[in-house]
Design a protein around this ligand. Structure first.
Ligand code: FEO
Length: 388
């Protein structure tokens, strides 16, 4: 069954959806699946931009053969070698031995790591190199660490199309529409912050290069294609890559076993809401860390409330905070609430982990068991409200 979508004269979408997948990269829940995007350009010569994950290999090869309509495949351009886009590259090169592999030296090393020596001819490209197919000409733009070191983007000059690799992608495959329209950015944010969030500086430098180009269409490797109207998406990328909060507001994450720490977190949330502050509150044991990381990138303030557990931080909170630190988030205002019946210890440890994320307010709330007086929580709410 062939399902080929023409997105522009001579350009075909050959990607597809994986809705059976539970965990992207075996860690991130994708309740609405994910797409793996691949594009075929048919000009005087033909070129395929990236392949797909093994999960949709058979439909991809069937669609490619049908879309070529008997023409040879002249070039295979590899923008990114991560297997969600390149697991089928070895099979593709074997099936199309005349196709020239167009890639960078760094990517070629990874091609050989995955597939061994390949027999197809290779065209190594560098920043600014061009490849003409006839009417359409590609220009190659290196994009290291967006999200692996070998990544490049390919700009098609005639149609002003940026094939942007992982950048500008999103989780989700439930909306059958190929083109972006009235997007809710939450799954773009969760995708970017978790997958690429650590590499803000390289993303910023690629955004500067891209901003010098006239762009009519953005074709990422996941999610939807953007035909214009991407100012808001670019705005989000500028904020995410510079670690600037998108919204003034407070993310409260709590770890509670018997409800007392939760009670303090809920009181803080109510007091902040009464002061007109936007609040989002989550149980760290209920919500997957990838959603919390995305909310931490979104908001200006982060409050972590945790019981003391094994003389340390509760295990799920420790996981979240280590993950947050690993993603390199900065420029936030943070605070902690600790609880510990006989030896509260989680506060100091949370402060240490949060110190790389931003300024930690000194108004730590310490509970011993149940919340007995509201004054310390009120003082914390006041201190936070003054800085939001
Ligand atoms: Fe979608 Fe970095 O691969």
């Amino acid at each position: 069954m062939k399902s080929i979508k023409k997105i522009e004269e001579d350009i075909y979408y050959l990607g597809g959806a994986d809705r059976r997948i539970q965990l992207f990269e075996n860690v991130y829940p994708v309740p609405e699946g994910v797409t793996y995007n691949s594009y075929l350009v048919k000009d005087d010569k033909t070129a395929l931009l990236d392949t797909v994950d093994c999960a949709i290999a058979d439909e991809f090869f069937e669609n490619l053969a049908a879309a070529l309509e008997g023409k040879p495949l002249d070039y295979v351009i590899v923008n990114h070698m991560e297997p969600d886009h390149a697991a089928t590259l070895g099979r593709l090169l074997a099936a199309y031995p005349q196709a020239v592999l167009v890639t960078t030296q760094k990517a070629l090393v990874i091609v050989e790591e995955f597939f061994g020596a390949i027999s197809n001819q290779v065209m190594l490209v560098k920043e600014g190199d061009r490849l003409s197919l006839g009417k359409r000409t590609f220009r190659f733009i290196l994009a290291p660490m967006v999200h692996w070191p070998e990544v490049m983007m390919t700009y098609e000059e005639y149609g002003q199309i940026l094939f942007s690799a992982d950048a500008f992608g999103s989780f989700g495959a439930s909306d059958a529409c190929l083109f972006a329209k009235d997007e809710d950015f939450s799954e773009y944010r969760r995708y970017y912050c978790n997958i690429v969030g650590k590499y803000g500086a390289p993303v910023s430098s690629v955004l500067k290069k891209a901003s010098a180009l006239p762009i009519a269409m953005l074709c990422p490797l996941h999610g939807k294609i953007w035909k214009g109207n991407f100012d808001k998406l670019l705005e989000k990328y500028v904020a995410w890559s510079s670690y600037a909060p998108e919204d003034k507001g407070v993310l409260i994450v709590y770890a509670s076993v018997y409800g007392h720490t939760k009670c303090a977190a809920e009181l803080l949330a109510s007091l902040l809401a009464e002061r007109g502050v936007t609040v989002r509150i989550y149980d760290v044991s209920k919500t997957h860390p990838s959603y919390l990381i995305a909310e931490a990138f979104r908001f200006s303030h982060i409050v972590c409330a945790s019981i003391t557990y094994n003389a340390g931080i509760f295990v799920n909170m420790e996981h979240f905070l280590s993950d947050l630190k690993a993603h390199g988030l900065k420029n936030r205002t943070c605070a902690v609430i600790e609880n510990g019946g006989w030896a509260p210890a989680s506060g100091k440890l949370m402060q240490e982990l949060l110190s790389s994320v931003g300024t930690v307010l000194p108004q730590t709330v310490t509970l011993r068991g149940a919340l007995k007086e509201s004054a310390p929580v009120e003082a914390l709410a006041e201190a936070i409200a003054e800085t939001v």
